[in-house]
Each structure stands twice: as structure tokens, then as C-alpha cells.
Design a protein around this ligand. Sequence first.
Ligand SMILES: [Zn+2]
Length: 303
Amino acid sequence: MMIRKFGKQYLFVIVIVINCIYGALSFHLLGQTIHIAYTANLNCNLEACNCGDNDLGGMVQLANIIDALRDSFPDLLLIDSGDFLKTYPLEDANRLMIEMIYTIKYDAIGLGEQEYVDGEDFLMKEIEKYPLSLISTNIRCNVKESNYFQSYKILPVDTLSIGIVSIIRPECFDFIRRPEIEILPEENEIEKFLALHQDRLDLIILLLHGSYREGLKVAEKYPEISIIICGHTQEKYEKKLENQIVLQSGVDGEFLGFLKIVRDNMKIDFQNKFIPVNDTHGKNATFQEKVDEYFQRFENDAN
Ligand SMILES: [Zn+2]
């Protein structure tokens, strides 16, 4: 027993020494594996349209896939890079979407401009009922006390501390204008966060509400940020860089991004895949019932 205990302590000391010698890579303990599922641009796609050949996307299916992943990987982090509501105002649908996002239990959600499509008051009212883990590092609300989102999140996963920041590009608000919201310069906010927290973090994730092209620029400028998950531009994209990865999971929740991260000596190994969101894991019965009710109401209102 004592030998095993001292063996563990000895191994821990070796790991610390190795990390001191090799300097600060993004996370410090060898052999740790992290699993992250990520979405963006869900666009309030409640269920697959099944139009043409496309049977992908929909919260009814996504919920079951996430449940299956959590069964296999209990430490799974679930994050979203924004635009989970519609591109146009439709309170009834957006309200249901917020409830579903809440039920699925995301660990962090970067605010996109579509979250304001029905107005800030609508968002705040719904968030009061269904508190979501919303974050934005560079949105400032000038009219109200901003208590419905946090600037960043620091999440413990096993023995690691993972920092998540969320930046939105100002041009995202070109079509959904909200005068009560100010977009702060992104680089200032990223640098403030890094200066305050970088030393105590093992891994930094940026939810970037902007294109992967912007993501690549941010990756080059801030090598401290290991993972950049983009949103807004509806693209499916993966680019591995030296100890960094830039990702976006496509449009309308057609794919769920699933990223496995292993620190292997001096390298961070990223294994990413895009899981098609279809009926493979069945449909969430509760969600299906709520979606059916919603479409029934929609039809009744139309007649
Ligand atoms: Zn957007």
C-alpha cells in the first residue's frame, strides 16, 4: 500500500519536473484525455425537415446522441458557439429552443447575435425560467445590469481547469441591431482574460462567433488558445495547427462536433469528428412531443 502511494507521488513529481523543463504547453498533466462535444448555428432547428435527401439536424435527435456520448464519456464537456435561436423573430419556437438547450445541459454557450432576435427582454425573461450557461467576453449591455451571462467560464474536468472565453465579431450585428449592446474590442478582452487567468489554466477554449478565417488569425496571434470553435458562418470546418485546432460544426445542427484531446508528451493530439445528427440513436420522446405540440399550435394559428 505504502509503495503504491509513494509510487504515485514519485510519478507526480516526475510529471511536474517534465513540465517545468518543457515549459507551459496548454495543459500540464500527461496522459489526460478530454472529450468535448460542440455545436454552433443550431438556428432553432427543432427537428429534421426530411426534405429532399436531407434527414440531418434537429434537437429531437441531437438530445439522444448527446445522451449516448455522455454514457460513454461521463466527463463530456458540451459547448456551443452561438446562434441557437432563429434568424428571424418567432417567440414560440425560440422559447421552446431555449427550454431544450437548457434541458440538454450545456456547460457553456457563446452568445451569438441571433440570441437577440426577439429582443433582449425576451431573452432575459426566458433565461430566468431556463438558466443557460451563457457567456460573452466582449458584449457589454449598456442599458441593463448584465446578469444573464458571464464573461467567461472556468470548468473543472477531472484534475484540469479549462477556461472558456467567448468573442463575437461586431459585424455579426449588421442585420440584428441592438443599440443597448456594445461590442468591446475583442483583442483587449482576450488579452485581459489571458493576463488574469492563463497561469492557472490547463486548457483554453475560445468560442469565436465569426468565420474560421477569423479563427485562424486568432489562433496565430494567441498560441495560448488551444481550441477555437467558430460559429455564425454556417460552415463545417476543421484545421489542425501546431498544438491548436480551429473548428466549426456546420449549419442547422446537422452535425455534432466531437473532439477528443490527448496530451502526449510535447504534442496535443486532437481527434475530431463530425457526427451526423440523424435517427441512429432514435428520437427524444419528450422533445418530440413538445415539437409536435408546437407545430400543431403553429398550424392552428395559421388557419
Ligand atoms: Zn451569428
